[in-house]
Write a protein that binds this ligand. Sequence first.
Ligand SMILES: Cc1ncc(COP(=O)(O)O)c(C=O)c1O
Length: 380
Amino acid sequence: MPKPSARGRIDPFYVMEVMKAANDRQLAGGDVLHMEVGQPSTAAPRKAREAVAAALGRDTLGYTEALGIPELRAGIAGHYRTYYGIDVPAERIVVTTGSSGAFLLAFLAAFDVGARVALAEPGYPAYRNILRAVGAEIVPLPARAECGFHAHAGLLDQAGPIDGLLVASPANPTGTMLDAAALASLAAACESRDAWLIVDEIYHGITYGRRAETILSLTDRAIVINSFSKYFSMTGWRLGWMVVPPELMRSIECLAQNLFISPPAISQLAGLGALGAYEELDANVARYARNRSLLLEELPRAGLDQLAPADGAFYLYADVSRYTNDAPAFCRRMLAEIGVAATPGIDFDPAEGHRFVRFSFAGATEDMAEAAQRLRGWLR
Ligand SMILES: Cc1ncc(COP(=O)(O)O)c(C=O)c1O
């Protein structure tokens, strides 16, 4: 029997496993308050859905250009002008199959097998799992609460030589953000090491206070990853984009042609409709803000008072070491005993995640209130 490849032997995405356990419980007639999955509970913006309805009766919806339809690339350039007040040439924008597709393209274009890529732990698990699958070597940066769970120059100095650094702001699972000075310092650290800087800006638009800075305001040498999944409330449409330095464009175009042919045509038309739906989307963010305030008040009352500052995204990363050293077992019991589904920190941080749990507050406000009540009774 031939053997499966070593590069395919990556870790599972535990949140999907929690989601499955929660669905099984629901199928068996149990109730579940979903705080495990990081996705909006709202549909795509109205104009996105209207654009799709119109296209279904009119278009053939065949393959598009590998880099995306020109109107959408121009539309995303317009989003940078309107939202951030900066000029990003449409020629540097690549439309992708979710930001997940963008990561694969970026990693393949930027890194050879064996390249050393640094990333903060805790962090979004697919970063390290995709990097591992493409043969890169992960250089984990132990980013702790004291530094907002983010990479910084001090951690890089201890990391040895690197070929790339991947950061996210706002970050998953902590929601913490990097300000302009921190981003500039990381950009300088990468430049001095001749390393690629990749910045995941997927949670831009979902912030509670100051807006997130785009690295593109500071440098055009970084690779920026973004998506229609979160702020634009379109997870299942599988549509993302990246902004790429000119040196990588041709390589990414050839990779995209061969790996994906094109991003989904129907989703690209939906994305075009979604651009500019700021009012509707900001109403979603207002709900996340209410959920966040409610939980920031209620979780400490329930006994969870060690929370990362959720400056953006829709997560609260809670230190549960007072209760357990085994976050997966803690999450399984929480689901079985009070029907609250949340994600154990080991998904995000193999070293320290066993004492953390991530609660997503993207759902309905009533569910958040009910979950907080149940947790209060349970943890007591
Ligand atoms: C930080 C971060 N980046 C990327 C993704 C992937 O998003 P998508 O492929 O839906 O664009 C997620 C999804 O949860 C995420 O949290």
